[in-house]
Design a protein around this ligand. Structure first.
Ligand code: ARG
Length: 458
């Protein structure tokens, strides 16, 4: 085969248009699959030899050749030709140039359609493994922080309005729960990634006596795909992965949004370490939470990848279509973005300084213990709806008087309900409010400590 000749060139009478070549190539991004591609090819050749389709000698030559190519790629000495369509062709061409005729036998009983499906599965399986580790680290980071900040009080918000006091640790553990679900989703997705598609060939399987289960065993796949047509057209597992990644990013983004808000002068609940912020080119006083903002922004980009892939898949006729080549950039970008975001956020969490005083002061404002007062009345036998009305009128009175709930006298309270007693003042404190929420999932310190013990398997 001559240098610029295509492996499929047999039935063509003129070379590919240069513009078309540049338009159709995926080599500049799918070269990152080289390791998986070579691993898959070595397994395939081994199977061909076991089945007597090629000789043992040829399989050995193929293996040695492929490993040499892998070393060259890793050393940066491998020459990628722009007229190679993709990583599969680049490697196969280099192999044939290196070992001669045996190289031409590697593609026996397979097609690039099942080859690329295998490569993506091998690639994604490894990357999900890495992402699970990173997720585990971030989860541990939240738990560490929750332990370190035990006792610190945070105003809890609904509708971005001060609602009820909570422990900062309780808030931090909420993110740990989200990431726990993310982890479970990725593990579940991994089950569908971890299926071996090779042997589907172009779409119909091959008439040659191959052994798919053997290839699966070599490559560590617990299962082989059950339908050759589905094998080459399926990218569900990629869509699923990007969706799972989108949810992780969404969780990170929501935490980042709180950090951005809380690090403002107006809130002042948290300070992000200098190493994790950047300055302004004009305003010397500025310290910006760019990392948090970028994670928030990159979340949009990952959502975009999901929509791109779903749109590519929509309406594709069976089975393989070249459109599917467009799955890789959204996939790679999602992997890169997610991994980088997880890494930087994990590092940043250890470099936050919470301003306990400010948070606690904030937690006392905005009548945040009004619900505790209503619950006090419920304990006195007042139906909750009625109690809600009584406390509502008390709050309105306080607003009118410019006072806090704790600023009223018992006599004033009794104007709204005769049964109020001196002990009502206990339930108005922020600490008491938190302490009261003991049931599973609540923010009482003992409950939060128990949850941490559970998480740590104690
Ligand atoms: N580069 C292609 C892709 O990523 C590989 C499969 C090409 N198959 C084909 N028949 N053109 O989808």
């Amino acid at each position: 085969m001559k240098k610029d000749e295509k492996p499929w060139g047999g039935r063509f009478s003129e070379p590919t248009d240069r513009e078309v070549e540049a338009f159709t190539t995926s080599l500049h991004y799918d070269r990152r699959l080289y390791r998986c591609d070579i691993e898959g090819s070595i397994a395939h050749a081994r199977m061909l030899a076991k089945q007597g389709i090629i000789t043992k000698r040829e399989a050995t030559a193929i293996r040695t050749g492929l490993l040499a190519i892998r070393s060259e790629i890793e050393a940066g000495t491998f020459l990628f030709h722009p007229d190679d369509e993709d990583i599969h062709m680049a490697v196969e061409k280099a192999l044939t140039a290196r070992i001669g005729e045996a190289g031409g036998k590697l593609h026996t009983g397979r097609s690039r359609n099942d080859q690329i499906a295998l490569d993506i599965r091998l690639y994604l399986r490894a990357e999900i493994g890495d992402i699970l580790t990173l997720l585990g680290n971030l989860k541990a980071g939240f738990v560490e922080r929750a332990k370190a900040e035990m006792g610190a009080i945070l105003p809890g918000y609904t509708h971005m309005q001060k609602a009820q006091p909570v422990l900062l640790s309780h808030y931090l553990l909420a993110f740990r729960e989200m990431l726990d679900r993310d982890e479970a989703r990725l593990r579940d997705c991994l089950k569908r990634v971890n299926v071996m598609p090779l042997g589907a060939a172009a779409l119909a399987g091959t008439g040659l006596p191959i052994d798919r289960r053997y290839v699966a065993r070599i490559l560590g796949f617990p299962q082989v795909t059950a339908n050759s047509m589905d094998s080459v057209s399926d990218r569900d597992f990629v869509a699923e992965f990007i969706f799972a990644a989108s949810l992780v990013m969404m969780h990170l983004s929501r935490f980042c949004e709180d950090l951005i808000l809380w690090s403002t002068d107006e809130f002042g609940y948290v300070e992000i370490a200098d190493a994790f912020t950047t300055g302004s080119s004009i305003m010397p006083q500025k310290k910006n939470p760019d990392v948090a903002e970028l994670i928030r922004g990159k979340t949009g980009r990952v959502y975009g990848n999901l929509v791109a892939l779903l749109t590519i898949l929509k309406g594709l006729p069976m089975t393989y279509n070249r459109d599917l080549q467009e799955d890789k950039e959204p996939l790679f970008d999602t992997v890169d973005t997610l991994q980088a975001s997880l890494r930087v956020l994990t590092a940043m969490i250890g470099r936050l300084t919470f301003n306990r005083q400010r948070m606690e002061t904030g937690a006392g404002g905005g009548f945040s213990t009004a619900t505790d007062l209503a619950e006090y009345l419920v304990r006195k036998g007042v139906p909750f709806r009625e109690a809600h009305g009584i406390v509502g009128r008390i709050v309105a009175f306080c607003i009118q008087q410019g006072k806090a709930l704790t600023g009223l006298t018992l006599k004033e309270f009794r104007k709204f309900y005769k049964g109020f007693e001196k002990d009502l003042f206990q339930c108005l404190t922020v600490r008491q409010s938190i302490q009261a929420r003991q049931e599973i999932g609540g923010t009482a310190e003992d409950t939060v400590r128990r949850r941490i013990a559970e998480i740590e398997g104690r």
